[in-house]
Design a protein around this ligand. Structure first.
Ligand code: E4P
Length: 219
């Protein structure tokens, strides 16, 4: 399963890129607004740090013509930019056109397999299925992910299922079980994946036993 980082923070992206963990990056208007730097400047800088798809989202969602203009602007910034398109009738017109032009797309804010099916039929490269926002409402966000993975395989779509809106490491475990292609992970959750109390105590015990033993690499 590929790891994308869900962030527009350059320090976070640099750190995970140095760990060799990042296969791509997703941004959205809210994440970019939080950083407060230029849209183009941020996306171009991310592209220089990460060798992989970098999603940049169009802001219009209800006018295909305008969305296509915005899509062409962001995709001109770097060869690795993937145009993120909010799901909806206008958006799917745009995905169809971009797909015919060979421009990669990430259809976002998907919550059901029927939405994902429409996006896959339009030719989406990535299907961003939001999990945490369903879990926040006491639902089970992974149900749609599992259905979408099955749907993509059953009908042999080329689209990849991208698990988004991730709140905890448990969603990564469930994404692996579901056979999702990609998880886009916030920085905090990515670091939590390293943490296990038995790993920490196990390593500490090995070190302590070694030091007590008097053993060395020379004997
Ligand atoms: C996906 O690409 C989105 O940027 C993101 O995962 C949304 O997550 P949120 O529900 O935490 O805002």
């Amino acid at each position: 399963m590929k790891f994308f980082i869900d962030s527009a923070n350059l320090d976070e992206i640099r750190q995970v890129a140095e760990m060799g963990l990042v296969d791509g990056v997703t941004t959205n208007p809210s994440l970019l607004a939080k950083e407060g730097k230029g849209f183009k400047q941020t996306i171009v800088e991310i592209c220089s740090m990460v060798e992989g798809p970098v999603s940049a989202e169009v802001v219009t969602s209800d006018n295909a013509e305008q969305m296509l203009k915005e899509a062409h602007i962001v995709s001109s910034w770097h060869k690795n930019v993937v145009v993120k398109i909010p799901f909806g009738p206008e958006g799917m017109k745009v995905v169809r056109k971009l797909s015919a032009e060979g421009v990669k797309t990430n259809v976002t804010v998907l919550f059901t397999v029927s939405q994902a099916l429409i996006a896959a039929k339009a030719g989406a490269t990535f299907l961003s299925n939001f999990v945490g926002r369903i879990d926040d409402l006491s639902g089970d966000g992974m149900v749609a992910v599992q259905d979408t993975v099955n749907m993509v395989h059953e009908y042999e779509f080329k689209s990849e299922v991208l698990v988004a809106s991730i709140r905890s490491p448990q969603t990564i475990v469930e994404s692996v079980r579901a056979g999702a292609h990609i998880a886009t992970i916030p920085f905090k959750v990515l670091n939590q994946l390293y943490t296990h109390p038995l790993t920490t105590s196990g390593i500490a015990q090995f070190t302590a036993d070694w030091q007590k033993s008097g053993l060395s690499f020379d004997s």
